[in-house]
Design a protein around this ligand. Structure first.
Ligand code: UD2
Length: 324
């Protein structure tokens, strides 16, 4: 059997788009998902595809046993995670178990299984409140939430375990990802999914704080493409430099658009995408632990991966609204 790419959390929002991109690049894919937030419908397209296997299981479990017979694996894309900053504040130990312990155990298993590449979904949350916006990868990391701290700690663990065990890890620091299949129902949903669902129902959009806080909103299809490039499966005709050379720490790479969008501006764009004109907006107190501004520098992703985001916000919102 040809080598596969293991995608943990492959039935989830970013995961299922990643499966699509990896299949488009002709790779065999094995999904590991516990279906706690992932959904079988997200993988319906590949039900009869012999090049896609789906294994139900918890990434905190015995991954070697769960995946017996599905290898060998050329790469691991590790997306299974506790994804909510808010929940990490309410339940930091649960966040730690999934986002740090399980990541470290998975990396050790991958190294022992002879996997060459480990692509880790890190987060813009590692920066906390950036000193400068857009924030470069070389800026200090001072996370403000257990979520950001666990993601940063996982980067550091990969940084020392990689060279010790011959595993080449790359940490993609994802900014605010949105797009089709992002669950709009959860109280922990991302702002785009929440706003679109409310605008669709004709309900007012609730802005926490004054709405001048900014985020770098990146379309999920762009993120899936960046992940493919990190796996080495890119088809953009770009030969990327060896991103694994250099200092022991694995390359942290920002995955964003570089564009800063204020939440009030986003609210207006969402209402436009829904053809709703200007609708009602309600203001509520700012959330705890909230950062004021966020946007990525994009040079390192361009240099190391040959990646640049392509989908403009209005287009991404239209595609997401069409899916809802
Ligand atoms: C996002 C990610 C998180 C992490 C982080 C990195 C989600 C759900 N979370 O956290 O995983 O990677 O980025 O920095 O994608 N807002 C409103 N009204 C609403 C919902 C949100 O005003 O109904 C505001 C919220 O106060 C914040 C902004 O929108 O200022 C974005 O909120 P979010 O929950 O989508 O994402 P964030 O940046 O807290």
């Amino acid at each position: 059997m040809n080598d596969a790419v293991l995608v943990t959390g492959g039935a989830g929002f970013i995961g299922s788009h990643t499966v699509a991109a990896l299949r488009a690049a002709g790779l065999r894919v094995v999904v590991l998902d516990d279906f706690s937030t992932g959904r079988r419908e997200n993988l319906a397209e590949w039900t009869d595809d012999p090049q896609v296997a789906v294994v139900e299981g918890d990434v905190r479990g015995e991954v070697g046993l769960l995946l017996a017979g599905h290898g060998p694996f050329a790469a691991v894309v590790h997306l299974a995670a506790q994804t909510s900053v808010v929940r990490s504040i309410a339940a930091p130990i649960d966040d730690l178990d999934v986002n740090l312990r399980a990541t470290t155990r998975l990396a050790l298993w991958a190294a022992a299984a002879g996997v060459r590449r480990f692509v880790f979904a890190s987060s813009a949350a590692v920066y906390g409140e950036p000193r400068r916006v857009p924030v470069a990868e070389t800026e200090p990391t001072t996370p403000l939430s257990p979520y950001g701290a666990a993601k940063r700690a996982a980067e550091l663990y990969l940084g020392c375990l990689g060279p010790l065990h011959g595993l080449r890890a790359v940490c993609l620091r994802l900014f605010n990802v949105y797009g089709p299949r992002q669950d709009p129902k959860s109280p922990y949903s991302g702002v785009v999914a929440t706003f679109l669902a409310r605008a669709r129902r004709g309900e007012p959009l609730t802005i926490f704080g004054d709405g001048r806080q900014t985020r770098d909103l990146i379309y999920v299809g762009d993120v899936a493409r960046a992940i493919c490039l990190a796996v080495g499966a890119g088809s953009e005709g770009h030969v990327h430099r060896d991103m694994f050379s250099g200092p022991p720490e694995p390359a942290g790479i920002n995955i964003g658009t570089g564009r800063e969008v204020a939440i009030v501006e986003l609210a207006a764009a969402v209402q436009r995408a829904c053809g709703a004109g200007e609708g009602a907006i309600a203001f509520a107190p700012a959330r705890a632990g909230e950062i004021a501004r966020s946007a990525a520098t994009t040079d390192r992703a361009a240099e190391l991966l040959g990646f640049r985001a392509q989908v403009e916000l209005d287009e991404g919102l239209r595609r997401t609204a069409a899916w809802l």
